[in-house]
Design a protein around this ligand. Structure first.
Ligand code: HEC
Length: 129
C-alpha cells in the first residue's frame, strides 16, 4: 500500500466513525423496553397452547407481550422475527426454536386476522386470492 492510499483509508475510517457516532446519538428507541414483568403476568398474556411457556420465557423479557400478541404474521415472518430477536439478545434454545415459531404461527398467524375482521375478506369481493 502506498502512503497516499494509507492516508485515504484512514480518513474514510474516521468519517465512518463519526457518522456512526452521530447516528447512535440521535437514534430514538423504537420500543419502550420494560422492566421485567412478573412471569405469571407474561404467561397470562399469551394464548394457552403448546409452546406457551417457552414463548413467554424467551419473548417476555424485553417488551410487552402485546407487541407479539397484536401481530398476525405468517410462519415465515415469525421465523424471521424470532431470528431477528435472537440477534437482539433473545435466548431461544435450538430445542425451543420450532416450538416457539409454531406456537406463534398457530396463535398469531394471518388467519386470526381474517377471522376477527370479516370486512377484510368482504372488501376483496370475488377476486381470486
Ligand atoms: C433482548 C430483548 C428482546 C427479547 C428477549 C425479544 N425481543 Fe422482540 N424486540 C426487541 C426490540 C429491541 C425490538 C424493537 C426493535 C426491532 O424491531 O429491531 C423488538 C421488536 C419486536 C417485534 C416488533 C417487530 C415488528 O416487525 O413490528 C416483535 C413482533 C417482536 N419483537 C417479537 C419477539 C418475539 C416473538 C420474541 C421471542 C422469540 C422476542 N421479541 C424477544 C427486543 C427483544
Amino acid at each position: 500500500m502506498t502512503r497516499s492510499q494509507t492516508a485515504l483509508s484512514c480518513s474514510i475510517a474516521l468519517a465512518l466513525g463519526s457518522l456512526a457516532a452521530s447516528l447512535s446519538a440521535q437514534e430514538a428507541p423504537l420500543v419502550q423496553l420494560l422492566p421485567p414483568l412478573p412471569p405469571e403476568q407474561v404467561l397470562a398474556a399469551f394464548a394457552p397452547d403448546k409452546g406457551r411457556e417457552q414463548t413467554a420465557a424467551s419473548c417476555g423479557l424485553c417488551h410487552a407481550p402485546a407487541m407479539i400478541t397484536g401481530k398476525h404474521f405468517s410462519a415465515d415472518k415469525w421465523a424471521e422475527t424470532v431470528d431477528h430477536m435472537v440477534d437482539k439478545g433473545a435466548k431461544v434454545s435450538d430445542a425451543d426454536y420450532d416450538t416457539i415459531v409454531d406456537y406463534l404461527a398457530r396463535n398469531y398467524g394471518p388467519e386470526k386476522l381474517a377471522a376477527t375482521s370479516p370486512a377484510a375478506g368482504a372488501a376483496s369481493g370475488s377476486a381470486p386470492r
